[in-house]
Design a binder for this molecule. Structure first.
Ligand SMILES: Nc1nc2c(c(=O)[nH]1)N[C@H]1C(S)=C(S)[C@@H](COP(=O)(O)O)O[C@H]1N2
Ligand SMILES: [Mo]
Length: 261
């Protein structure tokens, strides 16, 4: 581990770190990691360790060097559950992130907002916020991992997306659920159906037991703890069930659309 440890000195080339970590990964994990964009965030997702912190970067490398076939079977199983954490581990303050500053985040009036539903669904009715708030909700304390390499643990509450898809009579044989958001210059993201039906994928209405603040996507975000942060759209205004790959804000700029386990 001596050589690897030396790569973790702050200021070291992150691309080099990612490349060396990739070398440590056994196949097929390595191929999957490279195909998935080989980012610091993907490493964090694979190992549960925050690579930007040198202590946990060590732990991450140690964990990778112990990967074996059994671990891999778990890692690349799209139905595997994301780890959950005790409330004491919640990151405070939780970071805000978008492609603009917080001042420019969408300011949505609850009364004016509706969730549009379209595509391969039986019931295309739009949903108001009170209607959505009336659905059964569950909470999760999970780790949000950004492709840029940072991660943070948060608490999100809302309705499992799979319950909502059932309620609206979605054709769950369709390939994607495609989300559009209220951001001024647009933000959208496709989610593969298997991940949309994952038990932890959530239509999120609350953060830390409070109505979702503007920073984190008021009035609704889609929380996908098995995916990197950019696959967690905030300020969602519409969802479309479709077989067509319609691209996404970061996906169109070269980030791998799967980006998760
Ligand atoms: N609508 C919208 N959703 C978005 C983004 C965005 O810019 N606009 N950024 C994504 C990225 S890259 C990250 S890391 C998370 C940040 O979520 P947070 O502000 O709750 O930490 O939101 C994701 N969802
Ligand atoms: Mo991100």
């Amino acid at each position: 581990m001596g050589r690897l440890r030396s790569l973790l000195i702050p200021g070291v080339d992150k691309n080099l770190l990612v490349r060396d970590a990739a070398k440590l990964l056994p196949d097929p994990a390595r191929r999957r990691f490279i195909a998935g964009g080989a980012s610091l965030g993907a490493l964090t997702l694979l190992t549960g360790c925050d690579v930007l912190d040198s202590d946990s970067a060590d732990a991450m490398l140690a964990r990778i060097s112990k990967f074996n076939d059994a671990v891999q079977a778990w890692l690349f199983n799209p139905d595997a559950l994301a780890p959950t954490y005790p409330e004491s581990m919640i990151t405070k303050p939780f970071p805000f992130n978008a492609y603009y500053d917080l001042d420019d985040a969408p300011e949505i009036e609850a009364a004016d907002w509706k969730l549009e539903v379209s595509g391969l669904v039986d019931n295309k009715k739009s949903w108001t916020l009170p209607e959505l708030y009336a659905l059964p909700q569950v909470s999760q304390v999970t780790r949000h991992i950004c492709v840029e390499g940072w991660s943070a643990i948060g608490s999100w509450t809302g309705t499992p997306l799979r319950d909502f898809l059932k309620l609206i009579g979605a054709d769950t044989r369709a390939k994607y659920v495609w989300f559009q958001c209220a951001d001024k210059d647009g933000y959208n993201s496709p989610l593969d159906m298997r991940s949309a039906l994952h038990p932890q994928t959530q239509m999120t209405f609350k953060f830390a037991d409070e109505i979702l603040p503007r920073a984190y996507g008021f009035p609704m975000k889609i929380r996908v703890p098995t995916k990197l942060g950019f696959k967690n759209p905030k300020y969602v205004t519409s969802m479309e069930v479709t077989n067509e790959y319609k691209g996404g804000y970061w996906e169109d700029q070269g980030y791998n659309s799967f980006s998760g386990s």
